[in-house]
Design a binder for this molecule. Structure first.
Ligand code: ATP
Length: 132
């Protein structure tokens, strides 16, 4: 059976390499499901849950970067990719508090940046809670 050869990379390391029949990736506008034989394409990553294979065996928090699908070779070039057990919940809770305070200030705040930080923190907390 055909398989996808998946590499998950960040600027600082190779996070994962795997062969699989299914990959779920957070795209910029929602989740994408990739199967072997998928048309080649490149797209921007969003913030969310990267799943290698069906089920919840291999799940990562990812944020930003690019996805390259090319003849069953899939490269996830993420700004950030964390296996769920590596998520520091306290750090995410603090990031969430900071973002909410900034959004509350309303003036002199980069709203888009604060909203993006809030989204990352919430997603980290959701995913790590599910992994416990
Ligand atoms: P913070 O404000 O706490 O830095 P952030 O969402 O702005 O959060 P990122 O820019 O997404 O952080 O990530 C910067 C680096 O810090 C990355 O290497 C990322 O893996 C790591 N990191 C950030 N938050 C966490 C966390 N809660 N648990 C584990 N690693 C984290």
């Amino acid at each position: 059976m055909a398989e996808l050869q998946v590499s998950v990379l960040t600027p600082s390391k190779i996070v994962a390499k795997a062969s699989t029949t299914y990959l779920q990736v957070p795209g910029y506008d929602g989740y994408l499901g990739i199967l072997p034989g998928h048309t080649s394409f490149v797209t921007e990553l969003g913030v969310g849950e990267l799943k290698i294979g069906e089920g919840d065996k291999e799940v990562y928090f990812v944020s930003g970067g690019y996805l390259d699908v090319n003849n069953d070779k899939v490269t996830v070039m993420a700004d950030v990719a964390e296996p769920l057990p590596q998520i520091d919940r306290k750090r995410a809770e603090e990031a969430m508090k900071r973002a909410l305070q900034r959004l509350d200030q309303k003036t002199d705040v980069d709203i888009i940046r604060a909203q993006a930080a809030l989204m990352r923190a919430q997603m980290r907390l959701d995913l790590s809670a599910r992994a416990r």
